[in-house]
Design a protein around this ligand. Structure first.
Ligand code: UP5
Ligand code: MG
Length: 190
């Protein structure tokens, strides 16, 4: 039998734009594999290896971890997950991430979900979150916003130029946002 081709959706948007929240809803309805690069890196932080310590430091500073680390975590999780459809949440974050992922895996995304949200709204959400993340303090939040604008927005522009971006107004309640997200992913189901 022919091996089914992996279908990847990149889920991008600023810190606190609702990537994780919307991915959970998609998993619940469609059963695809959800890989949050940030969650994988936070788990890796706890490994106590030199790489793990570097990751902890970079996350606390809101900096982008080298793709070597992130891509190996994503590849391992994709293999282990064993699903045909994969949501990659919070990656690629810069040109280095994007180019390395494409070169190493040969995967191009079906499309890019882009959650567009004003910074003031994202800031309020992140400050309200009670998960104890080392980067949910106002100083690091401001650094994360700056990195998003300078390094991650160009990736969205890159895919937009290829007609691959599906832009969603994320400044609404989760259910209203999902009403726009759902049909995009539904269209990939057979
Ligand atoms: N919330 C969600 N949706 C809402 C809505 N519609 N209305 C009102 N409230 C809403 O949501 C954030 C909060 O808002 C929650 O409390 C939620 O209930 C509420 P969430 O769904 O968690 O938003 P999300 O976009 O996932 O926010 P997150 O903080 O996870 O985004 P980041 O992009 O900042 O975090 P990530 O985990 O992707 O990355 C963290 C760090 O890891 C990066 O800064 C970087 O240092 C490192 N990293 C890399 O180096 N490389 C990578 O590839 C990935 C990460
Ligand atoms: Mg998240």
């Amino acid at each position: 039998a022919e091996k089914a081709k992996l279908q990847v959706i990149f889920v991008l948007g600023g810190p606190g734009s609702g990537k994780g929240t919307q991915c959970s809803k998609l998993v619940e309805e469609f059963g695809l594999l959800h890989l949050s690069a940030g969650d994988l890196l936070r788990a890796h932080m706890k490994s106590g290896t030199p790489d793990g310590n570097m990751v902890a430091e970079m996350i606390a500073q809101g900096q982008i971890v080298p793709s070597r680390v992130t891509i190996s975590l994503l590849e391992e999780a994709m293999l282990k997950g064993g699903k045909q459809q994969v949501l990659i949440d919070g990656f690629p974050r810069n040109e280095e991430n994007r180019a390395a992922f494409e070169a190493q895996t040969g995967i191009e995304p079906e499309f890019v979900l882009f959650f567009n949200c004003p910074e003031a709204v994202m800031e309020k959400r992140l400050l309200g979150r009670q998960e104890g993340r080392t980067d949910d303090n106002i100083e690091t939040i401001r650094k994360r916003f700056k990195v998003f604008v300078e390094s991650s927005m160009p990736i969205i522009s890159f895919y937009d130029a290829k007609g691959r971006v599906r832009k969603i107004d994320a400044d609404r309640c989760p259910e209203e946002v999902y009403a726009d997200v759902r049909p995009l992913v539904q269209a990939l189901q057979r």
